[in-house]
Each structure stands twice: as C-alpha cells, then as structure tokens.
Design a protein. Structure first.
Lengths: 327, 336, 336, 327
C-alpha cells in the first residue's frame, strides 16, 4: 500500500464530476426514452460510474479508448460532448456519426473514442492496433479496451491479450465485471475470476473494487503508467454491478432481488459525494451547483438533439467507401 | 390477445411457433438438444423468450445455457451430433455468425463430404436478424447468401408461424446442418398456428397468391411488405403472384420457374443488400432457364448497399418497402 | 530461369511481384506496415516466401510476425489504420478468413459508415487460395462472393505478375479495406513485370483478347484455363473475347457490358462454386442491362457444388478446365 | 510420486508397438512421396511418437479423438487400419473417406477418430461436443482433443477450454508442443507455457516431457481417469520436438541446427526400445520381429492403396447432403 497512487483533491473533484455526469445522463436517458421523445436501444451503465471516471482521470485527450454498446459512461468520462452524443443517440445529422452509427457505434476521435462495438469482445483486437500505432510512433499514447465479464469468454479476448503481452503493447484491458452478461450470471460461465487470466499471458491481472474510487484510481493509474512506460499491458477486472436489466425494457426478473438491492444501496455516486463533503474537498453548495450545471447541459443537449435534422436519404450512399461507388 | 386465447382460436406467432416446435421435438426425441446464450429459464428462456419453458421441462442438460462463445457453441453442437444427438444451437443474432464461420462453414457443412459419408452433422443453427428496431450496423444483417454459397448446409427463413413450426420440425429431422433464420421484428405477428407435428418440407416454396402478370418472389419480413402490394397492384389492373421462397438453399426452382414461365415477369425482394445477394442467383437461373420467354428483365430489390444505418429515416429507407415493390412491379408490368 | 535473369529480361512471377509491391510501398511510405503469421525473415519470409526480405530491410516492427490469431491480426491492422497507418495483413489461406469474419465484415468494412465518415480503415488483407495442390476441403475455397456481398470492402484477384504489382500498390493507396486474393498454384508463372510504381486502378477489368462472337469473363487462375481456349475456339471458327475481371468488387460493369453488347454472348468462369457465386451477380446484371439483346442465355461455369475434394481426379474435375470452357463457349456460339 | 501410474510390461510393449508403427509409417511416407508414387501434403509427426502412444494405451476403442493435419501418429495409435489410411492418403475409393478427405481430413469412427481438421484450433470445440454427448449418455467415454502449441493462441482454444471447465466435460486437451508453429518458434508467440493456461479456466494444467513414456503415460492416465470419473477436463502440454520442417518439402532453414540435432539424438523411439531390452521386457529378436511385421503391413498397405481405384467423378455430387440436391 506504500506506493499507492491516490487522487488529489482536484482529481477527486474531476472524478466526481464525471460520475455525476454519467449518473445524470443515465437518468435523463431513461426519462427521455420513457417519454417517447427518443427511441433507441439503451444499455444503462448505471452503477459502473467509478470505473471510467477514474480511468479518464489518468488519461490525456490524446489517449484512445475502445468501448462497447454499454459505453456512454466510458464516452462521457473521456469527454465526448453532450450535444454530439445526444444528437447521435437521436439519429440526427448533428450527431458524432451523422446519426448513422447510433448508440452502439459512437466514434469521436477528437476525444479519443475510436471504436464502439456491438459485438462482444471486439473492442480488444482493435485496441491492440491503436496501441501498436502508438508503440511505432513512440508518442506515448495509451489505449484502453473496455469490455464486460461475459466478453472474457470469447475468442477475441484470448487472442488480444496474448498478442498484447507478446508485443508489449501500451494497452490496458478493462473488464467491467457487472456480474451479468445479458441474462446470464458470470459465475455460470466461468470457474475463475477474469483477473486470474492475466497470468495465462504473462500479464498482470488485478481484481479491484471498481466501485471504490481509491482502489480503482490506483489500479488504473498503475496500469496506465506501466503502459506509457513501455512495460506492456495490464488486465484489470473492475468489480461492479449493473443496476438495471441488460437493455432498457428488460424486466430483469432473473437478477437476484436482494443482491441488486444491496448494490443499489451501496450506490457509488452518492457514496463518493458524501466522501467529498466529509473530507472537506467540496461543500454541498459546490456539488449542487456542479450537478445543476450538468442538468442544464443535459437540457441543452437533449433540446439540441431533438431540434436537429435527420440525415437525408442520400447518406445511404455516402461513407460506404471514400468515393461513391455504384452498388 | 392473450397467448391462451390465441391458441384456442388456432392462432400463434412466430416466436411461439418456434418455441412449440422445439418443445415438441424435445418431447418426441431424446436426441434433440438445445444450446445457446441465455436460453435457459434461469435466464428467462432467451433474450426475447423463444426458448422459454424448455429447460424447466426438459432439464438443464438438454437445454443448456452457454458462455458467450459462439465457436464453442457450434463446436459442441457438431461434436454432439457426431455422437448421435440432434442439437439446435442458437447464435443469437445473424451478425454473430461471423465469429463462428469456421465451425459452420469449414466443419458443419463439410464433415459429411470430407469423411466420405461416414459422419453427418444433423444440427440446426437458429439465428435472428432484421432491420426495424434501430439497432444499427452490427445487429441486423441478412447474410443468407454466404451460407447458400456453401455446399453442405441448408438455409431456411420462414415468414409465418405455421411455416416456422413446420420448417423447424423438418430442420431438426434433417440429416444435415440447417441454418434457420428468424426475423426479429415480426416475431409477434399472429396468424394461423400449425397443428402439432406439422412439417414443411425443406426446399419447397409456397405460392401465397396466384396471379398472371408478374411474379413477386420474397421471403422473411419482405413477405409482410409484399402482401399489401398485391391489392395496390390489383387496383392498377396488375395481377401479381406472390411466392414465399421459405427455403433459400436448396431453393425451389420448379415452383419459381413455373410461376415465371406463366407471368413472364419476375421481381425478387429481399432485405439483404442487393449486390451478390440471393436475388442474383435466382435472376441468373431464371434468365438462363427462361431465356427468350421473359417479357421484362428480372428485377431485384434488396437492401441499400451500405451497413445498416441507425437513424430512423435511413433505416426505413434501407430495406425495400411496399411502395418500392408496387413501383417495381408496375415497371415490370409495363413491359408488354 | 533464375530470378535475376528473369528480372533482367523484365519478367517476374506473381509471388515476386507481390513482394516487390510490398517492398516499394514500405520504402516509399513509412505508414505502410506488414503483419501476419510466419512473415518475418526469421520465419523465412512467409510459408512460400512472399514477404521474404521485408523484415530484414524494414525492421521487425514494421514487418511483424504474429501468433496464430487471425482476429488479433485483423484487429491490429484495423486499429493501426485508425491511427494513420496502412497495414497489409496476411490471412495465410482464404479459408482462414472464417476465423476473422467479424473483424473483416463487422468492423473493417463498416467503421467508415458507422462513424459517419470520421474514421476509415485503409488496410489490405492478403490471402492465398486455389485448388490444384491436393490440400483438400479446408484450404482452397474461393470465398470472394461473401466479401463482394459486403458493403465497405473491395475485392481484387490478379492473374498476372504486372496486375499483382499494380493492384497491390493501388490497394495500399486505397483509403478503404481491400481484400487481395492470390492464387497459390500460379504464384510461379512468369510473365512481363510491372515497372516500379505501376498502378492498376481498382474497379477496372482488362480485355486480354478481343473477339466478336462470345465474351469469356474470368479471373484468377481461370485466366490460365481460358487462355488456351481462345485458339481452340478460333479453330472452330469462333472469335472469343477474353476479359480478366481483376476487381470483383466493385466490378467493371462498363467494360463487361460493352463487350457483351458486342458479342451478345457471355460465359463467366470462376473457381468458386457456382450457386450464389460471383457469376450470379454478373449474369443478373447483364441479363437486366442487355435484356433482349443477347443471342444466348448467360452461362456460368464454376466449381462443383461440394467441398474441395482431395483425390486428384476429383480435384481436377472440381474447377472448370479449358475443355469445359471451350465446350460452353461453343454451345453459346451455336445460338444464332 | 506415490500414486504414479506406471505402465506394466504388456502396456509398455503396446506403447512401443505404436511408437514403432508411427516411426515406420513416417519413414515410409517420406519414402513413398520421394519416389513420386504418391503426391500429398505431408506433415510429419516424427519425434512426437510417445504422446499418442501413451494416450491410446489408456483409451478404449470407444473413446474419441479429434486431431489435426499433423495427425497420423494420433490416428495410428488409436487404431486406424493401415490399408484404409494409406488408401485415403492416396486418394483412393478404398480409403477411410473414399479419398475425398485426404491426409488432413481423416475420419474413422470405428477406431474413434471422429474429426481431423486442417484449421488450427478447431479440433477443440468439436471435441467438447463429443464429450458432452458422453456426459449426456453417461457412457463413460472420454474424448481427446489434440492440437499444437501454435493453436494455443487462437480463440477456439480459449472458448473450448472454458466451456469444458464450466460444463465439467470428459475431455482431455493435449497440446503437443513441438516448439514450432509452421516457421515460427513458440516462444515468439507466447510469454508463458501452454500448461499455465489451465489455471485461467480452473482446470489442471500440466507440462510433461512428452518424449518420456513414463511421464507421458502418467499424465495421460491421470487426465483420462479424471475425465472418466466425471471430474472434468485437463490440459496437458506434452513437450516434444518436430524432427522435420512443417510440411514435407519445407527446407527447415529457420530451425536451429543444434537444437534439432540434440532432439534427433534423443530420439524417443530407439531410446524406449533400449529401455525395453535393458529392463528385460523384450529382447532384440522380439522387437525386430515386431518391426518386421510392421514393415510388412506397410508394404501391404501401400500396395493395397496404390492398386485401388480412384473415386468416380460422380463422387463430387455425393455426400454433400444426405440426399442428392441439385446445385
Ligand atoms: C459475439 C456476440 N455474441 C453475442 C452477443 C449478444 N450480446 C450482447 S451483450 C451480451 C452480454 C455481454 O455481457 P458482458 O460482456 O458482461 O457486458 P455487459 O453487457 O455486462 O456490459 C451478449 C451475449 C453479441 N453482441 N456479440
Ligand atoms: C486458423 C488457421 N490459421 C493458420 C493456419 C495455417 N497453419 C497451418 S499449421 C500452422 C502451424 C500450427 O502450429 P501448431 O499448432 O504448433 O501445430 P504443429 O503444426 O506444430 O503440429 C499454421 C499457422 C491454419 N491452418 N489455420
Ligand atoms: Mg457484464
Ligand atoms: Mg507446433
């Protein structure tokens, strides 16, 4: 515990800002969908706020992330602007991807969000390539590959971790273990912790409480500094819990009620908020102002998105190739 | 209408029909197995409930939830089939066949031939797909042409509850691998239910409506788009014949050629992108078989040549719609 | 003839031409990378030596041997391309694309579109295939139709050393993913070499021989089978035009349609199995575009509809041969 | 070392018979190819004789194996008849697969050889299915999945070992680590021993000297008995060495000369032969007779194969489906 990285006050505030934004964005998303103003498949990251908030606190804007359909938390933490994000969720031409990608396929290179995939496991092979590029250029960039616990059982995980270890790539594999893969419990699909698999590649594998800011920050920073120093990849298994069903509308009857209630009771966002106040890093008014600012930004983003135009049908023939090609 | 009420009236939807076919097959034959992600009742019987009730009724060893490991899923099905079982493996969405192509194409489809007929692979691979729910570029592709281009595997795509039941039973009976494609957005459409034990032969198309002037050949959800076109065309004085292909490989040349020999005009409609799609094979075959007998060039309507877009207006414009079908059929009919 | 002597005479083979194209591209542009199994010089520069000399000359970081992990190979290529590199990834044999289909189809081909044009994937995927060396059911398939049916990826298949060089250079230049198919059995055929820096535009077919009576459209090794057919047909009084398609997607409608408009007869020849193959798309398009103008139905010759057999006589009977091409062209020419 | 399984004299003789057969078959194969009488891609298993010889000594005829292109040793050890095998290698209608499969795709259910694959890694997912069938039937059969060291880096390995562990399947994963994957050295493609990966699935992973009959027999028998008892899968990494290049005709210039010379000098076949004589289990005359018998059987098999007919062209349309289907 001696060489433990600990976030200073400003960093803690930055982490909380991200967490509050993710939580508010999630609540807003569910509200807007319920209102019928916007239709989209929505995979809530509620309960997983700490993980990307700590990771992004250790990254620069130039660093890359690859994430998955359950990825708005990763995107927001990395800095994807709310207006661009919401316009994409709404399928508008002002969205990050002109509305063509949608919630499962957000790309925003300006903030380092390079790929969002809907295919389980596929963030990892591509993350390696971004990391290889950084290694070749020697530009010190680090790439984060986000994925779920279920993804740790698919072939792409294995091939990617092995290649990264052998090539000593500056990449961090972040398994957000929320105990569920769709309707299936993690322990029904694997006999071991995901972190235990690091050893199968000669790579550090660490399991941390992904809902604890201090544990998570230390693990993230250790892995990111290791990657940046050219010492190779790390596998982090960040333990967390999915507060809702797999996708919006999923009745989640398969999730144990008590376990879920306990997780929700231990909600990391108010918990960290209390810590900030208790430790004197921020006062109630300051945090309330921050949260109000977030709500205002969300109001603005949703309004912007819904007031934006849909893409024209001609977009079907654009961006298929660099030039337009006859079908 | 509640499920009970619907069944009492002899109605069912595709989801219920697939479920009933699996249940009946599991009940009749101990060799039948079901496996895939989330399919057990602890997992609510599948992400949309197609397999609901099966693991409770037939046990978690015969109806088995798997890790997210599509190669392992198909491999387990192949291996068990080599030892006498008849596994029905689910690959949740058709785009996820991309992580199991080796098992499907290099192994399931080829083992009978490569073994000189010693072993066969009587498996069914169930998969869902289809645009309409805004799930974007990696969740809705129709990839049936890939498998139809592969010797050793059959491909079916029912559009009605009765066909779904009857083709699933035939697929399970079949001694070879069958890819069974379910359209997600039309799972809940109600229609007449199949009687228990009903079989729809693989390789047989169905004439849904007879007509004189133009043949419309479609399958899967495109049947829903084509059906309303018939009345609109009739109003314009065009008598259209509608055929549901149902089996894509091996497809029913006889029925299709007989129809087109009569109407002399063919419109093929599918949701997959047009270039190098199923329509190409049918158009090429019809063009050759009925050379000089057609009144108009064979016309193909398929998905736009792009990944499936998310944005609603784009997604709606991606696949052929009733209006496109009407317009294309009218153009064909205008050739005298 | 030794390699040196051949080069002095301006001759090369396909293997050497691909090697030269890679070397020239690596030398000219720091962004070009090469990766794949066994490709480094410690591994003798590839299983048949296509990449020989490259890692020694350009370093093991730019020319990098990988583990046997095709998903990781294509993923690494995609990721590096998103960060500004132009990787050329080898998937040793085309059948092994089956373990990387997700990366190729769901990602490489779609990222430009799904990102709304923000990112593109300028990678080349090199792969070898082809019957003739007795390697059986899992090592020789031609699967180009799958990729041609996928929006966002281009497909080329050169048949000559100069085209191999020129298409490889164009594929590397191209801002989108290109699948580059090399025919293994004809790697060592010698012909005129391309000048350094030569480019063959993607999407342009090549008329190899002009003729009046029938168009023979082929690519890859089938050009070797078709070429001797020309003289045999000429002896029978049939003037055949031979076109090398070279690019399968997007294919050169203009050149093909112009030729068939002239000859009024089309024979398409490929090694892939016939049903749902590339020939179907071309036959369908030609049938539509030249409706009523053809003297004979478009004829397709492809591989037998079975896995590639091992036994020599069966393997020889699997893919179209010169005699089949001559016979089919004669049948077409008999239609007046 | 207490509960060590040790082969008794008869078992040792059985193991040696298999080893001698594999070695003689390999030598015959190369000779016949060189003579030009038979053309085939040939992947020599020379040097790897001990592994399948010990494994098959622990199996019954009913047990299953899945193997790979480099698999004649596995097939012969399991009992594929020489005539059927050679006729298949020669592409004749009398072959195991009527000549349609060829050397990379031998199937012979009568001796339990269910699948031979040319795709790296693909023996494993299918082996699981055979094992699942045995588990369902409760028939006590065990399935062996053979593969190489290179195959341990491909996705199918990961998915298969995980599924087998979670389902507790009666399967044994046998990685024949011959230090090479085609032209690439194993240690260039992985940072860890293959056996170390067992732990990533909660499965025993053992590395043994696969060229030592006693080590190999113990490991094989332990794993097979464990599987048969319903205790689940084992990963065995059997260390060995490939005496030749990857495929017949490969110049093998990339293989370190000294390492190879040392491996050949330690040839396990004569070594075990000497042991049999030294320990009094067999005498020279007895072994010489056995070897002569093998040579005679090979003479017979090769003659039978080369005198057999090739399949008729109509075979292209047969066995594609159960019934003949129009293309
Ligand atoms: C290859 C593949 N198989 C199946 C699916 C369907 N699917 C989508 S999400 C999911 C569960 C993934 O669970 P996990 O990796 O734990 O991520 P989480 O959703 O919990 O964040 C599954 C099976 C898919 N998208 N891709
Ligand atoms: C998926 C796949 N990728 C690549 C190949 C080409 N290939 C054939 S054998 C081989 C090496 C395999 O090495 P290993 O697993 O160690 O087995 P060994 O040949 O040494 O027995 C490779 C790369 C293949 N057959 N399949
Ligand atoms: Mg999860
Ligand atoms: Mg090896």
């Amino acid at each position: 515990m001696d060489n433990r990285f600990s976030p200073d006050a400003a960093t803690q505030l930055g982490i909380y800002r991200r967490m509050a934004l993710i939580k508010a964005n999630d609540e807003r998303s569910r509200k807007v969908i319920r209102s019928g103003r916007l239709v989209m498949p929505y995979y809530s990251p509620r309960g997983q706020e700490v993980i990307p908030s700590c990771i992004s606190a250790c990254l620069t804007d130039d660093d890359y992330i690859c994430t998955i359909y359950r990825g708005t938390h990763d995107m927001l933490a990395k800095g994807v602007p709310l207006r661009d994000l919401w316009a994409e969720l709404a399928g508008r031409v002002t969205g990050t991807c002109k509305g063509k990608g949608g919630p499962m396929h957000i790309t925003h290179p300006a903030s380092g969000v390079m790929v969002t995939t809907g295919i389980v496991g596929s963030s990892m092979p591509i993350a390696n390539g971004l990391a290889w590029a950084a290694q070749l250029k020697g530009d010190g960039r680090v790439t984060i590959a986000n994925f779920g616990d279920g993804a740790a059982n698919i072939g792409a995980f294995h091939e990617s971790l092995n290649l990264a270890a052998v090539w000593k790539l500056p990449v961090v594999f972040v398994c957000q273990n929320n105990e569920w893969g769709e309707h299936t419990a993690y322990d029904k699909t694997s006999n071991v912790p995901v972190a235990a698999r690091g050893g199968a590649y000669g790579m550090p594998g660490v399991r941390v409480d992904g809902n604890d800011v201090f544990e998570m920050y230390h693990a993230a920073r250790t892995a990111i500094e290791r990657a940046r120093a050219g010492e190779g990849p790390t596998l982090i298994e960040a333990m967390t819990y999915r507060f809702f069903g797999h996708v919006f509308g999923d009745a989640d009857g398969y999730m144990d009620k008590d376990r879920k209630a306990a997780a929700v009771a231990a909600d990391p966002v108010p918990r960290f908020r209390t810590h900030l106040i208790d430790s004197g890093i921020a006062d109630e008014a300051q945090l309330a102002a921050m949260e109000a600012e977030i709500e205002a930004a969300l109001d603005d983003a949703v309004d912007f998105a819904l007031a934006s135009d849909f893409p024209e049908p001609v977009e079907l023939t654009r961006d298929v190739f660099g030039e337009e090609v006859a079908a | 209408m509640s499920r009970g009420a619907a069944l009492a009236e002899g109605k069912s939807n595709i989801l219920q029909s697939v479920n009933a076919a699996l249940a009946d097959a599991l009940a009749e034959d101990e060799a039948v197995l079901v496996l895939g992600e989330d399919i057990g009742d602890a997992e609510e019987g599948g992400v949309v409930g197609v397999t609901r009730g099966l693991s409770t009724r037939f046990g978690e060893h015969r109806v088995r939830t798997t890790p997210i490991s599509e190669q392992a899923i198909i491999g387990a099905a192949i291996g068990a089939s080599l030892a006498g079982f008849k596994p029905v493996a689910e690959i949740m969405l058709m785009n996820f066949t991309t992580v199991a192509m080796d098992m499907i194409v290099n192994h399931a489809a080829k083992l009978r031939f490569m073994s000189g007929g010693q072993t066969n692979v009587p498996i069914v691979i169930r998969t869902m797909t289809g645009t309409g729910f805004g799930s974007g570029g990696q969740h809705c592709d129709y990839l049936e042409a890939w498998f139809a281009h592969t010797a050793g595997i059959k491909v079916v795509a029912p559009s009605s509850p009765a066909d779904a039941y009857g083709l699933m039973r035939s697929a399970i009976d079949d001694p070879d691998p069958v890819l069974f494609i379910e359209n997600l957005p039309t799972y809940w459409n109600q229609a007449e239910a199949a009687p228990s034990g009903y079989r729809v032969p693989i390789g047989r198309a169905k004439v849904l409506a007879e007509g004189r002037d133009v043949t419309i050949l479609a399958y899967a959800r495109m049947i829903q788009e084509a059906t309303p076109a018939l009345a609109q065309l009739a109003e314009a004085g065009i008598s259209a014949e509608l055929i549901d292909l149902r089996t894509i490989a091996p497809w029913d040349r006889e029925t299709v050629l007989a129809s087109v020999a009569k109407t002399r005009r063919l419109l093929i409609v599918h949701e997959a992108v047009t270039p190098f799609g199923v329509g190409a094979e049918i158009a090429a075959t019809v063009g050759e078989a009925l050379f000089g007998q057609l009144a108009a060039p064979v016309k193909r309507l398929g998905g736009a040549f792009c990944p499936v877009p998310f944005s609603k207006p784009l997604e709606s414009a991606f696949a052929p719609r009733t209006a496109d079908i009407v317009a294309a059929a009218q153009t064909l009919a205008a050739h005298l």
